[in-house]
Design a protein. Structure first.
Length: 320
């Protein structure tokens, strides 16, 4: 039984000095600058390693509080998890809807695209790995650092609103997302600080954050699966020939393209009565069609113009 009074000192009551803020905040800022500077040279293993280092560093305030013999019960009182979890989920649902609307408004679009660096070509295994860290590792680490440490440290020196805005700004710029998404991340930082002030426990923003990331991850996975199931492809690989069309390099064995008689070396000049010169042109033509639909393909072989009907295929399952 948890008989500890709710007013018992916790990690949220820890005292932080100005040097604490400067030193602990320097690593995330340097990390973000390095990621931006070396973005084109970072391989996936290096990116994952750097992310792991950052996550570990964000737990450092909790360890530092314990080292200084301060009661570091960041998640206390434990008996409230069943209250904070549904509240966090409700806040996450509202926050996710606002973020999607805001992102689309800023983009000048209404397509309901998933915010964040996720594309339809992202592999399912990679998404599942990222989702695990986004739901179970990232939220505790970031809430300990940005709300439990940074916000509370600023809160002791600045008015509440100023502290909330400043930590939200830092929270946003540390995330290596496109500029279009940063206003939404900033608002999330404000919302997480609000949850902490409202509920008076770090559990609140942790559950809020985890639920938000979980909803986003689930939406991204469903989006990738939907793109795989509904997006048709011509089952060929090629390269553009400026002013001449699109040169076929590979024809997928057993595909509709192979059955129609397309061969490597053919130069495609039209699909569905529209001229094409690149993969982008082909995607635009196929955008309104479905898997299994027939489409006319105009091509040139040995200087002779030809036309065949190709049944559109489905892209391979996106495991990786």
């Amino acid at each position: 039984m948890d008989s500890e009074p709710a007013s018992a000192p916790s990690f949220l009551d820890a005292e932080w000095t100005f040097p604490d803020v400067v030193v602990l905040l320097s690593v995330p800022l340097v990390w973000r600058a390095a990621v931006a500077w070396f973005a084109d040279r970072l391989t996936t293993p290096i990116s994952l390693g750097l992310s792991a280092v950052l996550l570990a560093w964000q737990f450092l305030p909790l360890g530092l509080a314990r080292f200084r013999r301060h009661p570091a019960g960041a998640l206390r009182p434990r008996r409230r998890w069943y209250v904070e979890a549904p509240i966090g989920l409700a806040l996450a649902l509202a926050g996710w809807a606002i973020v999607v609307v805001l992102t689309n408004v800023l983009a000048g679009a209404t397509r309901g695209e998933i915010p964040g660096p996720v594309s339809a070509g992202t592999g399912l295994v990679w998404l599942l790995v990222v989702s695990f860290f986004a739901v179970f590792v990232g939220p505790p680490a970031e809430e300990v650092f940005f709300r439990g440490f940074l916000y509370r440290a600023l809160r002791r020196r600045l008015p509440r609103l100023a502290a909330a805005f400043l930590q939200a700004f830092v929270f946003a710029i540390v995330h290596p997302f496109p500029l279009l998404v940063l206003p939404a991340i900033f608002l999330l930082g404000l919302a997480f600080a609000f949850a902490l002030e409202w509920r008076r426990t770090l559990l609140a923003p942790i559950f809020f954050h985890a639920a938000f990331n979980g909803i986003t991850s689930a939406a991204a996975i469903l989006w990738v699966l939907s793109a795989w199931w509904t997006t048709p492809i011509l089952d060929i690989q090629g390269e553009p020939r400026p002013g001449e069309g699109w040169q076929v390099v590979v024809v997928v064995p057993g595909s509709g393209a192979e059955a129609a008689g397309l061969e490597p070396g053919d130069r495609i000049v039209g699909i569905g009565a529209r001229a094409v010169a690149s993969v982008e042109d082909a995607r635009e033509v196929l955008a309104g069609r479905s898997v299994g639909d027939p489409v006319e393909v105009e091509f040139v072989r040995d200087g002779e113009a030809r036309r065949v009907t190709v049944r559109l295929g489905r892209r391979p399952f996106p495991w990786y």
